[in-house]
Design a protein around this ligand. Structure first.
Ligand SMILES: [Zn+2]
Length: 203
């Protein structure tokens, strides 16, 4: 099944997309499901999940937390907001909710900021982000290899047209198995293309 696991809504503060629009576009793009991952709040995910009345489409509630050291950690399958801003504590909080945690665009700021022991705790590493340059995505892939972490592709959409520009093929049969498949790394980057062509040659 194909998912875009990193999408923002109007509750992110830097984005105007309505949850209803996310659902409409994601389905048009042929996705089986999405994760709505607003900055610091699960509100967009909860609202999108409530609006979804299609039993053949899965909405995962998530949030993206920028730590005090500027790492962006994303929790999936959350039911409460994450309060911590320290990477190790954010990961602990996500796991306490039985969530799945991944590190979004690890090289967005040009270098790897997270310490090795925190990287070990991650379930997944986002190694394709449609709004990150090809070279920085490649660095993320290398990091995942180094730590033997499964990888995912996402759009990080802040505009409707960006939804589905990064995708992950998730193993498993039926929506009931998706969380377990993500937690155990049954993932593969699928059909990735950058949202902006100029990112191809940007360092
Ligand atoms: Zn994001």
């Amino acid at each position: 099944m194909i998912f875009d696991l990193h999408i923002h809504s109007k509750y992110s503060g830097d984005c105007a997309i309505e949850p209803a629009t996310i659902l409409k576009v994601a389905k048009k793009r042929g996705l089986d499901g999405i994760a709505v991952t607003d900055h610091l709040t699960i509100r967009g995910g909860v609202e999108t999940r409530t609006l979804n009345n299609d039993p053949d489409f899965l909405v995962i509630v998530g949030a993206e937390v920028e730590t005090s050291n500027r790492e962006d950690l994303i929790g999936l399958f959350l039911e409460e907001d994450i309060e911590s801003r320290n990477a190790a504590d954010v990961i602990t909080e996500i796991k306490a909710q039985e969530g799945v945690v991944f590190w979004a665009h690890p090289f967005r700021f040009g270098k790897n900021l997270l310490r090795g022991d925190a990287i070990e705790q991650l379930d997944l590493i986002e190694a394709f982000n449609s709004k990150t340059s090809a070279s920085r995505n490649e660095l993320a892939k290398q990091l995942a290899r180094e730590y033997d972490k499964p990888i995912i592709g996402t759009s990080d959409a802040h505009q409707p047209f960006e939804i589905g520009n990064g995708k992950t093929l998730v193993g498993g049969s039926g929506f009931g198995t998706i969380k377990e498949a993500l937690a155990s790394g049954k993932t593969q980057i699928a059909d990735a293309h950058l949202s902006y062509d100029y990112l191809n040659d940007m360092r």
